[in-house]
Design a protein around this ligand. Structure first.
Ligand code: GLA
Length: 384
């Protein structure tokens, strides 16, 4: 617990020039994502309902004349990393942030896509290890930078989805056997729209978010490092689900077994995603909110990926006036997402601070909980 709150260097191209001796020639922005509903079901091939958000990773970059990648990070917790582009890049120690960059570049090389070396400076306004896909946003940003450095169109001419599938597999290099939700949401995000993401084959359908709905993300400040226990539990759950689905296909799972509970989550969550999409289309916030609460309960009881802190934060969000709230992302720490009437967002945030943060994280800043809006997917942005 206790996320590092190291100060960030100012986000200027001057910082880039100091590091690399020349200004950046382009910048890539890859948004984070919040999953509204459909948790721990993407790797079972079931639909999910995330949206890309208006916070993310920005990578200022400058192509090099060789195949070397040099990366710095404005967050002092993440030191400089360098490596060569290629199909077999030796990994850094487990948990190192450089592995997400290596994953992207190795993935492109293995797929035979043109990529090139570059100098890059990463900055992010996503809390790391908090369930908002900061790692996958980094993977996507590095991949797009490497493609752009090689003169490839960004986003790719084939559209964002083939690259999303490729990068979802490529990210396994860093150790967590994720499904494909994050990369799809990050690459195919649409302003003002949630995304129904379906798998095998990957498809994305945009669903407008009603203007009077506001989604608020609240950080429990309990880190869910994709590199430590959270990763082990994640991979274990994925295996449990794959086995449970295989056994259920052949016959029945023993009553009361763990496998049965895991599968009950997958089935009930799948049904909730369908209902939630209808509620979204109909603007029925009460129904959507109830589905969020059931999703949280299922993740807590059947899937066992919640924590007492996340449960308490969900309760506090409901007490503060949310129509619904649930853990978002892989769980075991990180953030919750709450649905709040847009007109009462400021009041909701004040109540949540008084009701939860002042008691459980008194030294946390006001930025631990914030409203998010649905944003465009990863793209080239202007260099400042
Ligand atoms: C992580 C993974 C996703 C998904 C979620 C849980 O974010 O990267 O693929 O499985 O956890 O829904």
């Amino acid at each position: 617990m206790g996320r590092s709150r190291a100060p960030r260097a100012p986000l200027t191209s001057g910082g880039f020039r100091d590091l690399f001796g020349a200004p950046p020639s382009f910048a890539v922005h890859a948004p984070g994502r919040v999953n509204l509903i459909g948790e721990h079901v993407d790797y079972a091939g079931r639909p999910v309902l995330p949206m890309a958000i208006d916070r993310g990773v920005t990578l200022r970059a400058r192509p090099r004349n060789d195949m070397h990648v040099r990366l710095a990070n404005t967050h002092s917790r993440f030191g400089e990393r360098e490596f060569d582009v290629g199909p077999s890049i030796p990994p850094s120690p487990a948990g190192d942030w450089g592995n997400f960059a290596k994953a992207a570049v190795q993935g492109l090389a293995r797929a035979g896509l043109p990529s090139s070396g570059f100098d890059g400076l990463v900055s992010s306004n996503l809390p790391p290890a908090a369930g908002l896909s900061s790692s996958s946003a980094l993977v996507v940003a590095v991949a797009l930078a490497s493609l752009a450095a090689a003169g490839e169109p960004v986003p790719p001419e084939a559209g964002p989805l083939p690259l999303a599938s490729l990068l979802a597999r490529a990210e396994h290099y860093a150790g967590a056997r994720g499904g494909g939700m994050d990369q799809a949401a990050i690459l195919a995000g649409r302003r003002g729209r949630a995304l129904r993401v379906e798998f095998d084959p990957l498809r994305v359908h945009a669903v407008p978010v009603p203007g009077d709905w506001s989604f608020v993300v609240a950080d429990s400040l309990e880190t869910a490092e994709k590199t430590g226990r959270a990763r082990e539990v994640y991979n274990a759950r994925r295996l449990e689900v794959e086995r449970a689905l295989a056994v259920a296909g052949e016959g029945s799972l023993p009553r009361g077994s763990v496998a049965r509970r895991r599968l009950r989550h997958v089935e009930s969550e799948t049904a909730r995603v369908g209902r939630a999409e209808r509620a979204l289309l109909e603007g029925d916030a009460a129904a959507f909110g109830r589905l969020m609460v059931s999703s949280h309960e299922s993740l807590r009881d059947d899937f066992e990926v919640s924590t007492p802190r996340l449960d308490g934060l969900v309760e506090a969000a409901l007490d503060a006036g949310a129509s619904g709230a649930r853990l978002t992302g892989a769980g075991l720490g990180g953030c919750i997402v709450a649905l709040v009437p847009a007109s009462t967002t400021a009041e909701f945030l004040s109540r949540l601070h008084a009701g939860w943060y002042e008691r459980h994280a008194p030294s946390s800043g006001r930025d631990s909980a914030f409203a998010v809006s649905a944003a465009e997917g990863a793209r080239i942005v202007s260099v400042d």
